[in-house]
Ligand binder design. Sequence first.
Ligand code: SAM
Ligand code: CA
Length: 220
Amino acid sequence: MSNQTLNLTPQLYQYLLSTSLREPAVMKHLRLETAKLPSHNCQIAPEQGQFMALLIELLGARKVLELGTYTGYSALAMALALPPQGKLITCDINDEWTAMAQQFWREAGVAHKIELRLGPALETLEKLLKAGEADTFDFAFIDADKANYSAYYEKIFQLVRRGGLIAVDNVLWDGAVADPAISDTQTKAIRALNEKLKNDERISFSLVPIADGLALARKR
Ligand code: SAM
Ligand code: CA
């Protein structure tokens, strides 16, 4: 028994996966295809996809926003958890990776629920605000370029409804956030957002040490 978060050994992690993962075949297929790309570590862990799907069910979410589509795995996990009339807007700048994403969304039968917006995410967020979409999203997942994390959070805070949830990925950044010898732009940006979240009275907050760290902020 432990009263602090376990440091998972490879053996215990395999146990966790084998006893809890219910990954649909199409998601596994996408994960294995993405694993062939040099950038495959960009993708969320499968147990994290399942966790986010559960959050979407708990929230009764119908409208979801994602920053950072990549090959579409996290979007697929979320879209499968949305009701038939649910909608996910996902933002990226890369048309090659997102073309692969769209192929798998079609294969999974959820393409009609997903709208891909290609272009810098800050511009897309600004457009959504101008279009009157403030306070309308139930759930948002921030997983694009880390240097913009704080700016993304502030815009997304405006777009999410009261009681809605903002999830921010990679907040433990492979442990680099806790290493004082590391001070590159991305690490500093993640540290700055973590500090901001801890002190932000507008939200209820938990930093969940799943995968690479997932910060959960519920708009009060
Ligand atoms: N959520 C994805 C998944 O789990 O499969 C992974 C996203 S990956 C970590 C980050 C993505 O952000 C990349 O696909 C990259 O092209 C995209 N990106 C980088 N800069 C961006 C920007 N300024 N606006 C929008 N997307 C950006
Ligand atoms: Ca990520």
